[in-house]
Design a protein around this ligand. Sequence first.
Ligand code: ZN
Length: 133
Amino acid sequence: MKKLEHIGIAVKDLDAANVLFAKLFGRPHYKIEEVEKEGVRTSFFDLGNVKIELVAATRPDSAIAKFIEKRGEGLHHLAFESEAIETEMQELKAKEFTLLSEKPFAGADNKNVAFIHPKTTNHVLVELCQERN
Ligand code: ZN
C-alpha cells in the first residue's frame, strides 16, 4: 500500500456538493464520472498531493445510498495507491483483513479498485486502487 490517493466523501446531491467544495477549495472539480455498475456518480478535485472524490448514489440500492441512509453524508473512504492490487489483496487476506470482493473491479478515474471491510479496519472503509492501463 502506497500513498494516500484520494479521500471519498458521500454526498446526497453531487451538483450542490460540487459548488460547495469548489468554494471551499478555491478551484472547480476536474471531472465527473458515472460508474454504472456501482450505481454512483463521482466528481474529483485535485488538491495536488491528494484528490477528493465526491460520491453520490444514482439508485436506491447502491452502496452509497445505503451508507447515507444509515450514517448520513460525510467521510466515506480512504483510498491508497497500489502497484500490484491483486497481490496486495492476497497479502491482506493472509493478514486477516476481509476484502469486499474476490477480485479488483473497475472503479472511477481509470482505476481498478478493491475495498477492505470496515469491520476489520476500525470502521474505516479502505480502498486500494491501481491505475488501469
Ligand atoms: Zn474512491
